[in-house]
Write a protein of this length. Structure first.
Length: 404
C-alpha cells in the first residue's frame, strides 16, 4: 500500500483544492498525514472507531472530551479492494464540513487507486526492463535458460512468438548536453523518462521501449510495421525538435527466436558505432552489410595486412578533396551509374564526369574500372571505420559528402 509520504501528498492536494485542514489516519487511529504537522504520529480515537465500525464519526464540541486526540470535524473510513485501509478526517464545524464528506472519501479512494496503478506500472516497467536486459545478453541460450526466459516472458506479458525488429537509438553528446544544462541526477532521470514517454507515445500497443543505459535506448518494433527507416528518421526528428538532442540509430535483423535478440542487438550497436564514424543517422543492417563486414575486419585483420592494403591508396586518401571522396563513394554506391550519382549529389552529370576524369588525369586511376573503384571504396571505408587515424584522415571529412 501507500507510504506515509504518499498519503501526505494526497493531503496536500486535497487541501489545495478544498482549503480545509485534512488528516489521514491508519486503521489503528494513528495520524499518518496532516495539514497540521504537529499532529502526525498522535492517536485519534474517533478514527479508530470509524475504521473498526466502518462508519462515519462526527465530532461536535461536546464530544471532544469523550474521545482522545480529536478536534471538531468529521471522520470517514475509506476503502481499497473492499477493505478499510484508513480514515480521512476534515477539521472544522461539523455542519460546515459534513457536506464535503462523500466527496473527500471518493477523492481519497481515487487518489489511492491512481498511486497504486502508478506503482504497478513502475513495477511492470522495471520487470520488463530487467527481462529485456537478460534477453539481450545471452549469445548461447541453454535449454534450461530458454525455459526460464519463456516463463518470465509469460509473467510480464512479453510475447516471444511475435517477430520483432530491434532498434538501438543512441543520443549524441548526451554528457555534454547534461553539463551545458547544469542537470542534476534527478533532472537527468526526468529527461530520460520524458524521452522514453515521447518514444512510447509513437509505438503500437505491442511495441516496447526501454532506456538501457545512460544515453542508449532499445526499441522493439512489430515486424509488420511498414517503413521502419522512415519511422526512425521521424522519431529522431521529433527528439531533436522537442529536446534539442541528435541521435544515431541502428536497426538490427528480425528477431524470431530467443537467440536472435542477442545477435540483433549486437549488430544494431555496431551500426550505431558505424553511424558515428560515417556521420550517418539511421543505419539499417540490410543496407549496411558491407560496412558491417569492414567494421569487423578492422578489428580482426592484423595491422601489417591492413597497412599493405591501404599503402596503394595512401597518397590518394591523404590528398583527395571532400568533393572527390564523396563523389567516389556515391558513384560506387550508385552502381557506377553517372545519372544516379548526379541525382544523389544534386549535381549536373557533366560535373560528375569532370570529377571522375580529374581522378584519372591527376592520379592515373581508372575509377570507372569496377575492381579499382571497389578497392578505393573499401579503402575509404577502412579509414572511416578505423579506430586509428593512421593517415590523418578525419572520418567525418570522408563521410561528409557521401550519400547512401
Amino acid at each position: 500500500m501507500l507510504t506515509q509520504k504518499d498519503y501526505q501528498k494526497i493531503v496536500d492536494r486535497l487541501m489545495s483544492i478544498l482549503g480545509k485542514n485534512i488528516n489521514i489516519m491508519n486503521t489503528e487511529g494513528i495520524i499518518i498525514a496532516s495539514g497540521d504537522a504537529s499532529r502526525i504520529g498522535s492517536f485519534h480515537e474517533g478514527a479508530k472507531i470509524a475504521a473498526s465500525e466502518k462508519a462515519d464519526i462526527i465530532i461536535n464540541e461536546e464530544d471532544i472530551s469523550h474521545y482522545k486526540g480529536v478536534k471538531k470535524g468529521i471522520n470517514i473510513p475509506f476503502f481499497y479492494n473492499n477493505q478499510v485501509v484508513g480514515v480521512v478526517g476534515i477539521t472544522g464545524e461539523p455542519k460546515e464540513v459534513i457536506g464535503f464528506g462523500k466527496i473527500i472519501k471518493e477523492l481519497v479512494e481515487l487518489m489511492i487507486q491512481e498511486y497504486e496503478n502508478k506503482k504497478y506500472e513502475e513495477l511492470q516497467t522495471r520487470a520488463m526492463m530487467s527481462f529485456i536486459k537478460e534477453l539481450l545478453k545471452h549469445p548461447n541460450v541453454s535449454l534450461e535458460e530458454e525455459n526460464v526466459l519463456k516463463n518470465r516472458a509469460k509473467l510480464i506479458g512479453f510475447d516471444l512468438d511475435l517477430p520483432r525488429i530491434l532498434v538501438v537509438t543512441d543520443i549524441k553528446g548526451f554528457g555534454d548536453f547534461i553539463f551545458s544544462k547544469h542537470l542534476k541526477e534527478l533532472g537527468v532521470q526526468e529527461l530520460k523518462d520524458r524521452i522514453v514517454e515521447f518514444i512510447r507515445n509513437r509505438l503500437f500497443l505491442n511495441e516496447i521501449v526501454i532506456n538501457l543505459s545512460e544515453d542508449r535506448f532499445v526499441i522493439l518494433l512489430d515486424f509488420k510495421r511498414t517503413s521502419i527507416d522512415e519511422f526512425c528518421m521521424e522519431l529522431q526528428k521529433g527528439i531533436n525538435e522537442k529536446f534539442g538532442l541528435r541521435c544515431v540509430t541502428g536497426i538490427g535483423p528480425i528477431c524470431k527466436q530467443i537467440k536472435d535478440y542477442y545477435s540483433s542487438f549486437t549488430i544494431a550497436n555496431k551500426l550505431v558505432d558505424i553511424g558515428r564514424k560515417l556521420n550517418k543517422e539511421v543505419l539499417n543492417f540490410a543496407n549496411y552489410r558491407l560496412e558491417l563486414l569492414i567494421y569487423e575486419l578492422n578489428s580482426i585483420v592484423d595491422e601489417d595486412t591492413r597497412k599493405l592494403f591501404l599503402e596503394k591508396y595512401q597518397f590518394i586518401l591523404k590528398n583527395f578533396s571532400e568533393d572527390l571522396i564523396g563523389t567516389i563513394k556515391t558513384y560506387f554506391e550508385s552502381g557506377m551509374n553517372i545519372e544516379v550519382t548526379s541525382r544523389k549529389l544534386f549535381l549536373h552529370r557533366n560535373t560528375i564526369l569532370y570529377r571522375l576524369n580529374k581522378i584519372k588525369e591527376k592520379f592515373n586511376i581508372e575509377i570507372t574500372n569496377p575492381y579499382i573503384c571497389m578497392e578505393i571504396y573499401i579503402a575509404i571505408l577502412l579509414e572511416q571505420l578505423s579506430h586509428k587515424d593512421e593517415f590523418g584522415i578525419c572520418a567525418q571529412k570522408l563521410g561528409k559528402k557521401s550519400h547512401k
